[in-house]
Design a binder for this molecule. Structure first.
Ligand SMILES: Nc1ncnc2c1ncn2[C@@H]1O[C@H](COP(=O)(O)OP(=O)(O)OP(=O)(O)O)[C@@H](O)[C@H]1O
Ligand SMILES: [Mg+2]
Length: 298
């Protein structure tokens, strides 16, 4: 299946332009900004978690990566942002390219410099620091980077007015949703070109999830930041993503533009929770049980 191309359905202002490719034939699909090509990852030299996984994220696009517990979603993001060695994981084969260049040998700080920001699973904020101090700490981390943009906390507070109201409050006292906003805000401070978001909806109430996803979509639209959005909440992710991949046991089992995935009866049943042909909602238990027996065909 063709990888997703740069979205053309709306006006994406301000996004960093893709590098001009002299080799590109007229009318050909633009090369994706991020490309994972057949990557295999093992933990502790023995446990193979990713098994030839390929995916692509276009400049300025939102791509959802869905899959059940343990499928390898977080491992995929860590492989991109250079965090695998911390987990004794290793990219055994395949390639990861960012704007045409191999990045799979780079250190996390080199990837940050290239504009790749990873918002990790579980809202990592400094709980003893105030909201303001969290943003200042993130700004310090960015200083000294050659050509680094000047961190703009005003921009963060514009996207997250709730954080502005609570700027003097210690992050440990924020709600789960506000902590997630702060984690996204810290990443946004470095004006990334690509954000890797690991389950931003985890443990949050539906209205808060909607709020956060609306802001993610706005950041994408207004700042041109491409997003690779890892989620188990398929409905929320499909609400803002242009293209989706579904993975199981370390492989992509189905992918396509979100509108097509949402119309797919298997996706509806297993990931959106709808019963076959009826509007009845399948229980999580049923879906989980059935999922274990079902083998996806790619
Ligand atoms: N540091 C590690 N050492 C060994 N195995 C690991 C390590 N981290 C993850 N794994 C294993 O790799 C597999 C994929 O884990 P991963 O965290 O990438 O899945 P996930 O799709 O993000 O799951 P979840 O939805 O629960 O967050 C799991 O079987 C997990 O047990
Ligand atoms: Mg995970």
């Amino acid at each position: 299946m063709a990888p997703p191309s740069t979205p053309t359905t709306d006006d994406r202002a301000g996004g960093p332009a893709p590098p001009a490719s002299a080799a590109q034939a007229p009318g050909a699909e633009p090369a994706p900004a991020l490309a994972l090509e057949n990557i295999e990852v093992v933990y502790h030299h023995t446990v193979q978690v990713l098994r030839g996984l390929s995916l692509a994220v276009p400049e300025g696009g939102i791509v959802a990566l869905l899959g059940s517990n343990g499928a390898g979603k977080t491992t995929t993001l860590k492989a991109i942002s250079g965090l695998l060695p911390l987990e004794v994981g290793q990219l055994r084969s395949g390639a990861i390219r960012w704007r045409g260049q191999r990045i799979d040998e780079l250190e996390p700080h080199q990837l940050v410099r290239r504009g790749i920001a990873h918002v990790r699973e579980g809202r990592h904020v400094f709980e003893d620091l105030t909201v303001d101090e969290n943003l200042v700490a993130a700004s310090y981390a960015l200083q000294g980077r050659p050509g680094a943009p000047r961190p703009d906390t005003g921009l963060i507070y514009e996207y997250f007015p709730r954080l502005k109201e609570r700027r003097q409050l210690r992050a440990g006292y924020l709600s789960g949703g506000e902590q997630q906003m702060l984690a996204i805000g810290r990443a946004l401070l470095g004006q990334p070109a690509l954000m890797l978001l690991d389950e931003p909806s985890l443990g949050l109430a539906p209205l808060v999830v909607q709020d956060i996803f609306d802001i993610i979509a706005r950041i994408n639209r207004e700042q041109g930041v491409a997003m690779l959005l890892v989620e188990q909440n398929a409905a929320a992710a499909f609400g803002i993503a242009h293209y989706g991949y579904i993975m199981e046991s370390g492989r992509i089992v189905i992918d396509g533009p979100t509108a097509r995935l949402m119309a797919d009866s298997d996706v509806q049943r297993f990931y959106l929770g709808y019963g076959d042909g009826s509007s009845e909602l399948a229980s999580f238990r049923d879906v989980k049980h059935y999922k274990r027996r079902k083998r996806w065909l790619s």
